[in-house]
Design a protein around this ligand. Structure first.
Ligand SMILES: Cc1cc2nc3c(=O)[nH]c(=O)nc-3n(C[C@H](O)[C@H](O)[C@H](O)COP(=O)(O)OP(=O)(O)OC[C@H]3O[C@@H](n4cnc5c(N)ncnc54)[C@H](O)[C@@H]3O)c2cc1C
Length: 428
């Protein structure tokens, strides 16, 4: 029977096409380790792989199956830079820090592709990313973005597209223009996740599934992680639970909030279809971003719906179909073979949350929908910090991420109201 993640809704096209994937056992009793990692998504597994390769004794526990969170179920778009455009970060942080964060993200992109190729992971990488404006008044910002990236950030791969070029490249006249980035692309995320787990295990990391951390305490120079099966005592701990951490650790819970995001996969489109003839992925200018791309076998994978309350939608398919039809009216009746979702960890400024939340315990997450390359690289930077150089992790630790307002009781309700307000503005 098809495997269903118990923490994310729907059976994904990625599950259907990932092929053989090994199961890892649950924890087998008490353990000691140099480093304990809680959470088996990109952040945790990448850290485990790099730590184990550096000869560090590492134990990783995952509450369910590796990849059951966002990492195995996302849109697969790498993007460029951070979640906020470099010019927005520059206004807040100044050029030097904004450039350093941009360069870090470029390195993250290169690292991801290199890691996959060195370790024989077939990412199903397809090049090209298009960002489009759903309101005419945004066009000047897109035009300026291409210039700024080229002239100030030394990134020549982004070009402005007018309405006609946009319509040709998308196969849709719904948008007013945008930019095309030939320096990035999109991947099959679950293949990366399964491959990263294999690399970690082969390097000697101890990976355990079906093992939920119940509590984390740091005292007397040691970190103790309790689980229903046994206790792990380690010198250091990485909390890599992102949007799925619940109440495990209060500082992370106050700074990283889960938002549901959903994707539908259609049957393969015919080879002569005018939709995305260049194979690029797309994201648009809505606050509730629509993101879509074609898979290697020609399906349209379309993501768009977001949910801010804890309830999962019953009707992912119908809602995604409506959104597809807005962009591609000819696909109004197309069969949607898979519909699924997951939880994105967002922060107030849409920048990653990386912080030492207790002595020797670092939490990392909150990539705000831009984590495919950043979460993998943050895992690597964490490993780098453990083996002696924390400078690059500090670039992320130094970001000023405020908690969500409202405290423990009202934080979800206030955020729900605010996000719905922004979603409403998308339509005005
Ligand atoms: C539908 C969707 C589309 C997205 N599209 C894109 C995109 O196109 N591009 C992009 O860059 N980003 C995208 N993202 C975001 C991206 O997927 C994430 O930023 C990234 O995968 C985060 O990885 P992570 O390892 O930090 O967290 P996750 O992959 O969410 O992993 C956290 C893990 O921690 C485990 N866990 C939680 N609590 C415990 C506990 N107590 N004990 C043990 N384990 C625990 C969970 O089970 C989970 O497996 C998308 C996300 C979603 C949901």
């Amino acid at each position: 029977m098809a495997y269903q993640s118990p923490i994310s809704p729907g059976y994904s096209w990625y599950e259907d096409t990932v092929g053989e994937r090994p199961a890892y056992p649950p924890l087998d009793g008490d353990r000691h380790a140099d480093v304990a990692i809680v959470g088996g998504g990109f952040t945790g597994l990448s850290a485990a792989a790099h730590l184990a390769k550096a000869g560090v004794d590492v134990v990783l526990i995952e509450a369910h199956r590796l990849g059951d969170g966002a990492s195995g179920r996302n849109g697969g778009q790498l993007g460029t830079g951070q979640r906020s455009w470099a010019e927005e970060l520059e206004a807040e942080l100044g050029f030097t820090r904004s450039k350093a964060l941009f360069d870090l993200a470029e390195e993250a992109k290169a690292h991801l592709l290199e890691f996959a190729s060195t370790n024989g992971i077939d990412l199903e990488y397809m090049p090209g990313q298009i960002s489009v404006a759903h309101k005419r008044r945004y066009l000047d910002v897109y035009r300026a973005h291409a210039d700024i990236m080229r002239e100030r950030y030394g990134y020549p791969h982004i070009t402005f597209m007018d309405a006609q070029e946009t319509a040709e490249r998308l196969g849709s006249s719904r948008y007013f223009g945008g930019v095309r980035d030939t320096g990035t692309g999109h991947i099959h995320p679950l293949k990366l996740l399964v491959g990263t787990a294999r690399v970690a295990a082969e390097a000697g990391a101890h990976l355990f599934e079906q093992t939920k951390a119940k509590g984390i305490i740091s005292a007397a120079g040691k970190v103790r992680i309790t689980t229903p099966i046994g206790t792990i005592v380690a010198d250091k701990c990485l909390i890599a639970t992102n949007a799925y951490g619940g109440k495990l650790e209060p500082t992370s819970a106050a700074h990283v909030l889960p938002i549901g995001s959903f994707i539908g996969a259609t049957i393969p489109l015919p080879p002569e279809s005018p939709i995305l003839p260049g194979g690029e992925s797309v994201d648009d200018s809505r606050f509730v971003v629509r993101y879509f791309r074609k898979s290697k076998d020609g399906r349209l994978l379309f993501g768009g719906r977001e949910v801010y309350s804890k309830n999962n939608p019953r009707e992912i398919r119908a809602q995604i179909r409506r959104q597809i039809a807005e962009v591609y009216p000819s696909l109004r009746e197309i069969e949607i073979t898979h519909a699924w979702g997951g939880f994105v960890g967002i922060t107030v400024p849409r920048q990653p949350f990386v912080r030492e939340v207790m002595p020797n315990v670092i939490a990392a997450g909150g990539y705000s929908g831009h984590g495919v390359m950043l979460s993998n690289f943050t895992g690597k930077l964490y490993a780098e910090a453990v083996v002696g150089n924390r400078d690059r992790l500090r670039l992320l630790e130094d970001l000023k991420i405020p908690p969500f307002p409202g405290g423990r009781l009202f934080r979800h309700a206030l955020t729900f109201l605010a996000l719905n307000w922004y979603a409403l503005r998308d339509r005005i």
